[in-house]
Ligand binder design. Structure first.
Ligand SMILES: Cc1ncc(C[n+]2csc(CCOP(=O)(O)OP(=O)(O)O)c2C)c(N)n1
Ligand SMILES: [Mg+2]
Length: 788
């Protein structure tokens, strides 16, 4: 469908304006706040120029309000400039680009105010997020929660070097399995990365890979000027020359300009009549305009490519561009951190008829009337839908989560039991939970949940084993109403899916309560994606199990040491490591509410669980105890007034701590046992309380751990113990100045029984007793007898 000339001219004018405003933003920010090297402001200017036409084509013409975008990080100035033209970004924030509370260097859902759909920054992750967001949209639709909303297209604007990130290629495989639709990836094929010019022929690799995954691939290589020239006599020879020109050479010539192109064309083609005449008919400037008219810089070509798509299959567009196009350093391989000099900016300003002092004026220097431009911007399809960030009501969580108790259980088992009870009922909570696991559904105890709630697929598919009457514990039926999304092993995909599920209330206006399971050590495999999900404020619950060296015979590769520290350090993630299932049930209940709390108050939840079966404590779950458990700690044995030593433990080592305290209590006074359910919440509460006291002098607020440790005498020792890095609990001594012996695991890799390994790594009862002895004086403490 041909687009009319006036609209095309309007779109081109706005593209020029976007390029100017984004460059002015960068220029301005640079001059008010020079970086340490005095010159560079990231890779914004060249990266932005590369995408100005493509993004203008999308935002000013192609997009509909329900479409969602992830923009490659360094093009954030272009994104902000477009939002500024729409009236969603303020001049103040643009002037303060990269500054405190200014427009963000990389588009941020949480820190920017101008309608960012998906944060980007760590390249590759935003790209995959669009794919999973599309699968989530399908899930929401299949469950009947789209209401009258139209399906959106999930679009990523991708750098060509960004495509080196492995996580990008893990995603389409998952997309293929789930019948991916409504996903567009637009590759800004400027053939430059940060450091250099990319390899020849990359596009062909992309093309075959995406076709292989079932995607449509659209290559937008030549702009309309080029196409017109190719139709002239001699044009075919010109096309051949362009196609054969190596990336480095093309980039270098774009930097050098029209005369250089002419020289090279003449040298390579020689005097061939028609093509020579074609070249000679153009001035140097015209020749450069022709040779830089790659598809990605040509409004008409981009619109045509986008508008031609008449299906909902995923599409990869490969749009040829020149990095930094239109700017003095276009094509230069060092341009990633390039900036225009004040003199260059001045010249460009004058060329565009922008008066000094009017650089921020939205329509300054454009040929069209202001009223016409304003009307155009208000009426673009993208702006016809009102607020794009949606919300959804909070799902009620019952006051208690039940589970079928047993005298001995593991927390992993408890997790399955709690979910099983939820699945048996017909609560709204049960309906909104969606589970996912990277091929460890059964081994993380999600099996009972999946048996009851089924697997999600757009088409029904019954478990063949069941149909064939082959006995199996698990019922693997797929249907559009299923509530478990089966994933392949890739942990990156798990976290990005959780990120997409956990934003559904804002993207689809339908709240989901995602619960993901994986083996604890493999958090590290997907850590950047987990970090990214938290940064976007996606809300989910993660059950990581088994954990630590407690899974003993599995050996080194599966033992996690660092995860308690990751749980503490990860912003936006409340981490717990309960020892008993009654604690876990309280935590999960709290978690489902925390996942729904307002921005700045709620977050995601990480449960570090264990396969170790231990004796459960018999007790009444009072409201006070519940509060203590979610705050992070409670006394399992309260210390007396003259306590000489206490033991503070977290997680699966509870039996060792309990046993050790029994021995220590024989010869030391008033020994206490502190059960820590969340070292993260304890530490966070302590930090927040100190901050509050600093900020508001006179405020007496004490944190939970300060209150718990307050009655201890000053010379009381603390032995801390966990199946994880000892530093996670070592800080307890700083709260009130007590001496600490911190036990934990700092090396890994042994196989053996739990007893073998606890002894080997020094977290068994005797190690705790030794540590208590070293902190106290008095008669030797009786030790546990070792089995020989
Ligand atoms: C995971 C990650 N690694 C490294 C970087 C640093 N970095 C930012 S942009 C970039 C290269 C970008 O090249 P490309 O994707 O082709 O975008 P272009 O600048 O050409 O538009 C790199 C290495 C990053 N942001 N994220
Ligand atoms: Mg590039």
């Amino acid at each position: 469908m041909a687009i009319d000339a006036a609209r095309l001219e309007m779109l081109s004018a706005l593209t020029r304006k976007v390029l100017w405003l984004s460059s002015w933003t960068i220029h301005h920010a640079n001059h008010i706040r020079p970086n340490s090297d005095g010159l560079k402001v990231g890779g914004h200017q060249a990266s932005s120029a590369s995408l100005a036409t493509i993004m203008s084509a999308l935002y000013f013409h192609v997009l509909r309000p329900e479409d969602r975008l992830a923009v490659k990080p360094h093009a954030s100035p272009v994104f902000h400039a477009i939002q500024y033209l729409f009236g969603r970004q303020t001049r103040d924030r643009l002037e303060n680009f990269r500054g405190y509370k200014g427009a963000q260097s990389y588009p941020s859902r949480t820190k920017d105010t101008d309608d960012v759909d998906f944060s980007t920054g760590s390249v590759g992750l935003g790209v995959a997020q669009t794919l999973f967001a599309s699968l989530v949209q399908d899930y929401v639709k299949a469950h009947g929660w789209m209401k009258d909303r139209r399906e959106g297209r999930m679009i990523a604007l991708v750098g060509d070097a960004e495509m080196d990130e492995g996580n990008i290629f893990e995603a389409p495989l998952e997309g293929w399995k789930h019948g991916l639709r409504n996903t567009w990836w637009v590759v800004d094929y400027n053939r430059q990365s940060l450091d250099a010019v990319v390899r020849e022929g990359l596009w062909a690799k992309f093309e075959s890979m995406f076709r292989n995954f079932g995607w449509d691939v659209v290559i937008v290589k030549y702009g309309t000027l080029m196409q017109a020239a190719f139709a002239e006599p001699g044009g075919e020879a010109l096309r051949r020359w362009i196609d054969n020109c190596p990336n480095q050479m093309y980039a270098a010539l774009c930097f050098q300009g029209g005369a250089a192109f002419r020289r090279h064309l003449q040298d390579d083609i020689g005097d061939q009549g028609e093509v020579t005449a074609l070249i000679d008919r153009r001035s140097d400037d015209e020749l450069l305009a022709l040779m830089s008219n790659l598809g990605g810089h040509d409004m008409a070509s981009m619109l045509e490519a986008f508008e031609k798509i008449d299906h909902d299959r995923p599409v990869c567009f490969i749009a040829y561009t020149i990095k930094g196009v239109g700017l003095p350093f276009q094509g230069h391989k060092d341009n990633h951190a390039g900036l225009m000099t004040p003199a260059q900016m001045e010249k460009w300003r004058a060329n565009q008829s922008i008066r000094p002092g009017h650089e921020w004026d939205k329509f300054e220097g454009l040929a069209q009337e202001e009223t016409e431009l304003k009307a155009f911007l208000t009426e673009v399809p993208f702006n016809r839908g009102g607020v794009r960030r949606l919300d959804a009501p909070v799902i009620e969580v019952p006051p208690h989560l039940e589970f079928k108790p047993a005298a001995q259980m593991s927390t992993q088992q408890g997790f399955g039991l709690v979910l099983n009870e939820i699945a048996r009922g017909d609560s709204e909570l049960a309906a909104r939970i969606v589970t996912a696991s990277p091929d460890v559904t059964v081994s993380t105890n999600l099996g009972a949940w999946v048996n009851r709630r089924g697997l999600f697929a757009k088409a029904e598919n019954h478990d063949l084993f069941r149909q064939e009457k082959i006995p199996s514990t698990f019922n693997w039926d797929f249907s559009p109403k299923g509530q478990h999304m089966e994933l392949g092993i890739a942990e990156m995909n798990l976290f990005i899916l959780l990120s997409a599920l956990g934003l559904s209330h804002q993207i689809n206006g339908a709240r989901l309560l995602p619960v993901g399971t994986l083996y604890d050590p493999f958090i590290q495999r997907g850590l950047d994606a987990l970090n990214y999900a938290c940064y976007q404020d996606a809300r989910f619950m993660l059950a990581a199990t088994p954990s630590g060296i407690t899974l003993a015979p599995e050996g080194g590769a599966h033992q996690s040491i660092a995860t308690p520290l990751i749980g503490m350090a990860q912003d936006g993630l409340a981490s717990f490591e309960p020892a008993f299932v009654d604690e876990l049930a309280v935590i999960m209940r709290w978690g489902f509410e925390h996942m729904q709390a307002a921005e700045g108050e709620g977050g995601s939840v990480y449960l570090r669980l264990s396969t170790r079966t231990i004796d459960q404590v018999q007790r009444i779950m009072t409201p006070d105890l519940q509060a203590d458990i979610t705050e992070g700690a409670h006394w399992l044995r309260k210390p007396g007034p003259n306590a000489e030593v206490i033991v503070a433990y977290t997680g699966a080592v509870a039996p060792e701590a309990i046993e050790a305290v029994g021995f220590i209590g024989e010869s030391r006074r008033d020994v206490g046992l502190l059960a820590i359910t969340s070292v993260d919440r304890l530490h966070g509460g302590w930090t927040a309380a100190r901050q509050l006291r600093r900020d508001r002098r006179g405020v007496q607020h004490l944190s939970h751990i300060e209150n718990l440790l307050a009655p201890l005498p000053r010379d009381c020792g603390i032995v801390t113990v966990l199946d994880g890095h000892p530093a996670a609990l070592g800080w307890l001594g700083s709260v009130r100045g007590h001496r600490v012996e911190a036990l934990g695991v700092a090396h890994f890799g042994q196989t053996g029984t739990i007893d073998d390994l606890y002894r080997h790594y020094g977290i068994d009862a005797n190690a705790i007793i030794d540590a208590a002895e070293s902190l106290t004086s008095g008669a030797p403490v009786l030790h546990r007898k070792m089995a020989v």
